[in-house]
Write a protein that binds this ligand. Structure first.
Ligand code: GLN
Length: 535
């Protein structure tokens, strides 16, 4: 068992997730098998009940976990599915330990943070190492060194070094190097944060100082000297405009060889060629399109992180840069004529969402896209609202709505899933994770998914298209092109429109650089056609 721990200092949001994911991609490109774990020191059991304003989007795993968005980075960089037990929170650890205590499994003992909590943490690390059989497990410890919340996890990591030995554990510490008014790269915050880590008994092996520019040689020497790491262990983490380039930078900095030597890993190849090809796709763009994203959480860009990435993956496939214009739809509710400003965009997207706020504006947005032949993609909430819009404005069901927005609507065309009636718990109770979808032959969706009859896509919802209204909507021209095995509606589309499609599922979670989601790729292609004419 070999473990790499990634910790962070100085401030939060410093890029530990991308660092961990990039180290993973680097080792994988060297022929070393890897997997990742994300630790979130908060007390929530998972991220499912949190607003995107807290930590950005809620990531959904294939097996239905609702997790911190860093797991999405790991999947995109590693091109492998990471299941929900690779996310560990304080809430989960205490839930397990308290459960055991109540069952009498610690009978006679005082249950304490050390060793009971730390043992449960270590048990989970080792379980992942055992069941994945990965050569290396990369563990990112969320939060910042010095936080009270992350201390038990750092203590567990310290103990793992004792249990498994120095040659089987490596610590990477990500810090910040600010630039002073006199244009100097300042290393003191890094020194202090490493000192803090040492107080907890952990000496890092690698330091990744994040800086807006490439690290200068004297800053590197200073960090090496004061933080007690070799110079090859100081890796310049400068800002880049394309995150997927970072594994290539680490490769050039020699981080792969450094880690392999330190952990005694067999490097089977030192081939970054495949990854380089993917990165080049993003860099060689000769087209540009703008997509309007009409969401509720537009002030926080990370709210739609996977979708932003998925649009970029799709754009890169066509050599196009995709600009995302976030539009708050509440403004349209006050001034409906403002929706006409959308005429200048090449595509309109209504992503997932919850609740009434902004929903009227979203419906106006969808109507505008439908009536003006602007490519439209609706995902989850954007799918449900497309059905509401169609019911109202085409099928003549004037007061149609989703019962999530109006519990007393005479036409609940979108309604609570029957299995969720009476369910009071909010955590982990939605329809979650990958579910099969049968695609109808002869539809646009069938072509987009390359004539696959059944696909697997990820879900996160409580409401669905009410089956009672399917015949009426069908008679009025709405095409139902994909369904769950039990008949639940999964995809809708329109015949007489350049591109009007919506899905109950979230295709963005399966998009990866070099392998864009089929339906998002088709949407971007339609946006390119609107701007440049059919290609
Ligand atoms: N609020 C809707 C539902 O619960 C849509 C959820 C979503 O967009 N993820 O079904």
């Amino acid at each position: 068992m070999k473990f790499i721990f990634v910790t962070g200092g100085v401030m939060s949001g410093i890029g530990k997730g991308i660092t961990a994911a990039s180290v993973g991609r680097l080792l994988k490109s060297y022929g070393i098998s890897v997997t990742s774990i994300k630790i979130d020191p908060y007390v929530n059991v998972d991220a499912g009940t949190m607003s995107p304003y807290q930590h950005g989007e809620v990531w959904v795993t294939e097996d239905g976990g609702e997790i911190d968005l860093d797991l999405g980075h790991y999947e995109r960089f590693l091109d492998q599915s990471i299941p929900k037990d690779h996310n560990i929170t304080t809430g989960q650890i205490y839930q397990t330990v308290i459960g055991k205590e109540r069952r009498g499994e610690y009978l006679g003992q005082t249950v304490q943070i050390i060793p009971h909590i730390t043992n449960e943490i270590k048990r989970r690390f080792k379980a992942v190492a055992e069941h994945t059989k990965a050569d290396v497990v990369i563990i990112e410890i969320g939060g910042t060194v010095g936080d009270i919340e992350s201390e038990p996890f750092l203590e567990a990591a310290r103990q793992v070094r004792g249990d498994e030995g120095v040659s089987n554990t490596l610590f990477i510490h990500v810090t910040l190097v600010p630039i002073s008014k006199t244009k100097e790269q300042k290393t003191k915050p890094s020194q202090h944060s490493v000192a803090k880590l040492r107080e907890l008994g952990i000496q890092p092996d690698v330091i990744v100082p994040r800086c807006s520019e490439v690290l200068m040689p004297d800053a590197r020497s200073k960090i090496a000297l004061f933080c007690n790491v070799p110079e090859e262990g100081v890796i310049s983490g400068y800002d880049v405009d394309l995150i997927y380039r970072i594994p290539l930078i680490y490769h050039e900095e020699g981080l792969g060889d450094f880690i392999a030597k330190r952990l005694g890993l067999k490097v089977k190849k030192r081939e970054m060629g495949e990854w380089k090809k993917i990165v080049e796709q993003f860099e060689k763009t000769d087209k540009e399109v703008t997509v309007a994203m009409a969401g509720k959480y537009v002030e926080m860009e990370d709210s739609y992180l996977s979708l932003n990435e998925a649009l970029r993956h799709a754009g890169a496939h066509f050599g196009a840069r995709v600009n995302i214009k976030f539009v708050g739809t509440e403004a349209f509710e006050e001034n409906p004529e403002e929706v006409g400003s959308l005429d200048e965009v090449d595509g309109i997207l209504v992503p997932g969402g919850f609740g009434e706020r902004g929903s009227r504006g979203k419906i106006l947005t969808i109507q505008y896209a439908r009536e003006n032949d602007i490519p439209y993609l609706g995902l989850c909430f954007g799918f449900q609202l497309a059905v509401v819009e169609y019911a109202r404005n085409v099928a003549g069901l004037e007061k149609a709505n989703s019962s999530e927005i109006d519990a007393n609507t005479p036409h609940p065309v979108v309604d609570l899933l029957p299995t969720l009636r009476g369910v009071k718990d909010m955590g982990g109770t939605m329809r979650l994770g990958a579910q099969p979808i049968k695609i109808k032959a002869g539809t646009k969706a069938f072509d987009i998914y390359n004539h696959q009859e059944v696909i697997l896509e990820r879900h996160r919802h409580r409401y669905e298209v009410n089956p009672r209204y399917i015949p009426t909507l069908k008679d009025n021209g709405l095409v139902f092109s994909g369904a769950a095995p039990d008949g639940r509606v999964e995809i809708i589309e329109l015949d007489e429109h350049p591109f009007f499609m919506a899905t109950q599922f979230h295709p963005e979670f399966k998009s990866r650089p070099g392998k864009p989601s089929p339906i998002i790729r088709a949407f971007v292609e339609a946006a390119i056609s609107r701007r440049y004419g059919a290609q």
